[in-house]
Design a protein around this ligand. Structure first.
Ligand code: ASP
Length: 445
């Protein structure tokens, strides 16, 4: 094969499950790919839901494997998978021997009853084969380029060597979500992992841009189920995205940001159903600001519990904080924040982490730290107000707390991360929506 130098300006385009859910959606994908010849590598998910009550192909495949594991017939479930792909192939009129591929996939699941990863991977595999046949693109199996170590972690060295190889085709369709272990067996990323495949390929081929095509207009400034019609975020830094994602905003798999961030490859979230819209561009720290407000976005989550530990002169007691945190670790509990006062240390923990463990943890803290008191404050919501420009804009906190005061929201906790990119506010669960709307109105409307 002729050696290939990936041209400067290569674009890696990943299309999610909604972009391949029907033949019509696949046609939109084809038009998008054809509109820009720089889109050289296409990463694809398995078909997602067509309607709210529909099944994702990946979920059906996991169900097939669960049957196979128990030696229960699953052809009635696999038939649903067959029907999804048949519908797409007949809608597109693709010249492909689909039945052979489907039979192979079903047989593979029967032969590997202990491998949910193999079963789940077939959705992406089949979809990529269909796209390759339909658009006359080269199919490149992810198992030949995405390499895992025996312990299940990505083998970066082998993966990036494969992606940097002169043998790599100049253009290809690559199934997302999975790769291979050293023994050749299939291993998947966690759910939604096609985003990670796209990011790794983008990094491996030194792409100029990683496009992530989905069914939303991009990252929004607030949760649309709380704020009516929030504005999309035009530009966000990788750091801000991490803060927003950590606090509840979802648009890209958490782990997908790292490969592109290290290589400073911008990520563009785009909408397959509105291909002319610019979407959201995720860029490195230095990129200039965009939307005229110091706030980039607002995200939040409900259901945190605060353990407020009081002890006079705790600041003089060597190792106090360490004993508190070791006690949590010994109970397998991760904490989110630890705001501290002179004689108090608060631990903000998601209520789910604490489920069934609260009495034992309080008891252990009493033993380890001998505090004056431990107060338990349940039902806290955390709202993160994120924006790298907040640091240089005076008066943000004043506006923020003014807006919450006007909305009669009682603020129970304030935590400003050391980065000054984020102000975190704790409010009652019951005030979460009102508070989010008030902040949006004050800064973004
Ligand atoms: N199909 C897989 C899932 O549903 C991976 C992906 O869509 O990214 O999780």
């Amino acid at each position: 094969m002729a050696s290939t130098i990936v041209p400067a300006g290569t674009v890696v385009a990943k299309f999610g499950g909604s972009s391949v859910a029907t033949a019509d959606q696949v046609s939109k994908l084809g038009a998008i790919m054809r509109a820009n010849a720089r889109r050289a590598y296409l990463i694809v998910s398995a078909p997602g839901k067509r309607t709210r009550d529909d099944h994702k192909v990946t979920d059906l495949l996991y169900l097939c494997q669960a049957h196979a594991r128990e030696s229960i017939q699953f052809d009635h479930v696999f038939r649903l998978v067959r029907d999804r792909f048949r519908e797409i192939v007949s809608g597109l009129r693709v010249g492909i021997d689909l039945e052979v591929l489907l039979d192979d996939a079903e047989r593979g699941i029967i032969d590997r009853p202990q491998s949910p990863d193999f079963a789940a991977s077939r959705g992406e595999f089949l979809m990529a084969r269909i796209l390759a046949a339909h658009f006359h693109w080269t199919f490149l199996d992810a198992s030949s380029i995405i390499c895992f170590q025996d312990d299940g972690r990505l083998d970066s060295e082998r993966t990036y060597r494969a992606l940097g190889s002169p043998e790599l085709p100049a253009t290809a369709v690559i199934p997302g979500f999975y790769g291979a272990l050293p023994d050749g067996s299939i291993k998947t990323f966690s759910r939604g992992g096609s985003d990670i495949t796209g990011a790794i390929v983008a990094r491996g081929v030194h792409a100029a841009l990683y496009e992530n095509w989905t069914d939303v207009p991009g990252l929004l400034m607030a949760d649309p189920s709380i704020v009516e019609n929030p504005r999309p975020i035009a530009r966000v830094t990788y750091g801000e995205l991490r803060e927003l994602a950590y606090s509840g905003a979802t648009v890209l798999h958490d782990e997908a940001i790292f490969p592109v961030r290290e290589a400073r490859i911008p990520v563009n979230i785009r909408n397959t159903n509105d291909p002319d819209a610019p979407g959201t561009l995720i860029v490195a720290e230095t990129e200039p600001a965009g939307n005229g407000t110091p706030i980039t976005g607002i995200a939040g989550r409900r259901d945190f519990t605060v353990l407020e530990i009081r002890k006079a002169l705790m600041n003089n007691e060597l190792g106090f904080g360490q004993r508190v945190l070791s006690t949590l670790a010994a109970h397998g509990i991760c904490y989110e924040h630890t705001p501290t006062g002179i004689d108090t240390m608060s631990l903000v923990i998601s209520a789910r982490q604490m489920e069934g463990k609260l009495p034992a943890v309080v008891d252990a803290l009493q033993q380890a730290c001998r505090p004056d008191s431990i107060n338990i404050l349940p039902d806290l919501a955390l709202i993160a107000v994120v924006g790298r420009r907040m640091r240089d804009t005076p008066g943000i906190a004043g506006r923020l707390f003014g807006a919450l005061g006007d909305a009669k929201v009682n603020i129970r906790m304030i935590d400003q991360g050391a980065s000054e990119t984020t102000i975190i506010i704790g409010v009652e669960n019951a005030d979460y929506h009102v508070a989010t709307r008030a902040i949006y109105q004050a800064f973004c409307a």
